[in-house]
Write a protein that binds this ligand. Structure first.
Ligand code: SF4
Length: 457
């Protein structure tokens, strides 16, 4: 039996990513590698990542089952692909966060939909597919982390700078724009450390992205587990360099930082979200709002351990006015962030923000499924309270141009050289973001389709 697993591309994002930096910006579809890890050996598995290449599907051996995953921005392409396979009589199962949050929509395009985490239902899906009696919906439960088999890292090699691995699921925090808790739950679940280390050894790439939404967690118990994980990684001499996502509390614990650095940590994505207290309150970013929180000092503490800090900010909050672009770049600069990733506020299905904006009629790009293409976080898809479409694009442009001037990049590079903080990674990332500014601007001009009465201003 042949199983073909597909990660669909998004043509709008692909346009901006055709560059020599692409392999640093294309992440492995770990979800598909994990599903492959759940699949028994009698199935012959092929994995296609359309972000690298779109194959000639007609020329491929006909699969017995196709599994397609999709984030919201990939949903439109996922449905088109599903339609093509189904025309050829190949049954299609869809899964992933978008299909889970928009079940009725996904059901119209696939023979079957897996909602939630696949571990509890995948064996049944395969058995039913083998017998030609796929059910319309399989409701996956939150998996027991001890039972998750390792992902099949051997199935997708080449074309990526980073391998990837997951060590925890779920997030106890509740940021209004984020769908992690709706998909993986509020309970912070951790994989057994020995299994994580064992899987790490099967990753070929020297660089690894730990995909956990928050690697260190928030409680004393969570932090203790993170420290144990780092100790085990040090003992195992993995010789990997890795980056992760965490909350700003990572900067509060010197022992944690020392162990992370020794275990190979080179950088951490941190959501700063907004330069204003009103903005932080609006998105519900409690950690950044703590009374005595000094974000600049927290960033410095992290950097002193040789780590790069990648700061993420959101633009288009109800509390944002003209000037937010300048203000965001200034804040990122003041905090000492090494790489700035500024994104448009995007109401993703499954979030409180979606419910709120939908109820208020503020989803501007709403011709679905076609408009899902714009839900990449790099297009303004909503009606923003104080910023028209033209204005928010100007603010984003100002923010990026202000942060990624040659002089600023040189200063950050000098600092990272002085402090021995992955200068090459910092330079490549900064130049990659800088090269995207012009491409994004050209793209927005081409996409005037989003202008007009649908949007304010
Ligand atoms: S944005 Fe990060 S911290 Fe907030 S709920 Fe999502 S995963 Fe948790």
């Amino acid at each position: 039996m042949r199983l073909c697993l597909v990660n669909p591309r998004n043509s709008l994002v692909s346009l901006t990513r055709k560059s020599c930096w692409r392999k640093y910006r294309v992440w492995k579809p770990l979800g598909l590698l994990a599903v492959a890890g759940l699949t028994p050996s009698e199935w012959e598995i092929s994995i296609i990542d359309e972000n690298l290449d779109v194959p000639d599907y007609e020329a491929m051996p006909r699969p017995d089952l196709v599994g397609i995953t999709a984030f919201t921005s990939q949903a439109n392409r996922a449905y088109k692909l599903a339609g093509e396979f189904r025309k050829r009589g190949v049954p299609v199962v869809m899964g992933g966060i978008h299909a889970s949050m928009c079940l009725d929509e996904a059901r119209r395009h696939a023979d079957s939909v897996v909602t939630g985490e696949a571990e509890s239902v995948w064996a049944q899906v395969l058995e039913d597919a083998r017998q030609g009696r796929l059910q319309p919906v399989y409701a996956g439960q939150h998996a027991s982390m001890a039972d998750i088999p390792p992902a099949r890292h051997d199935l997708l090699t080449g074309g990526y700078a980073f391998g990837s691995i997951q060590t925890t699921r779920g997030c106890p925090l509740d940021c209004g724009f984020c769908s992690v808790s709706a998909f993986n739950g509020y309970r912070y679940r951790q994989r057994p450390i020995a299994k994580v280390v064992e899987e790490f050894r099967t990753i070929r790439e020297k660089l690894v992205l730990i995909v956990d939404d928050n690697l260190i967690g928030i409680s004393t118990k969570h932090l203790a587990r993170a420290k144990d994980l780092f100790r085990a990684m040090i003992r195992a001499k993995l010789r990997k360099k890795w980056i992760c996502q965490a909350t700003i509390n990572m900067g509060d614990d010197e022992e944690l930082l020392t162990l992370a650095a020794k275990a190979g940590c080179k950088g951490v994505f941190i959501g700063f979200e907004s330069p204003t207290a009103e903005g932080l309150a609006e998105v519900g970013k409690k950690f950044n709002l703590l009374k005595h929180r000094d974000l600049r000092a927290s960033v410095r503490r992290i950097q002193r351990h040789g780590l790069i800090v990648l700061g993420s900010f959101i633009m288009g909050l109800d509390s944002d006015h003209r000037g937010i672009g300048e203000r965001t770049a200034e804040a990122a600069d003041h905090y000492g962030v090494d790489i700035l990733n500024a994104l448009f506020l995007t109401p993703l299905p499954g979030t409180r923000l979606w419910d709120q904006m939908k109820a208020q009629g503020r989803i501007a790009a709403d011709a679905f499924p076609g408009d899902w293409d714009y839900f990449t976080l790099s297009f303004p898809v909503a009606r923003y309270k104080h910023l028209s479409w033209t204005h928010i694009l100007q603010e984003m442009d100002t923010c990026n141009r202000r942060f990624y001037t040659v002089a600023h990049i040189c200063r950050r590079l000098w600092n990272s050289l002085r402090q021995r903080r992955a200068p090459l990674f910092l330079l490549v990332s900064n130049l990659s973001f800088r090269s995207n500014i012009r491409k994004d601007r050209d793209l927005y001009k081409k996409l005037d389709v989003l202008r007009g009465p649908a949007l304010i201003g």
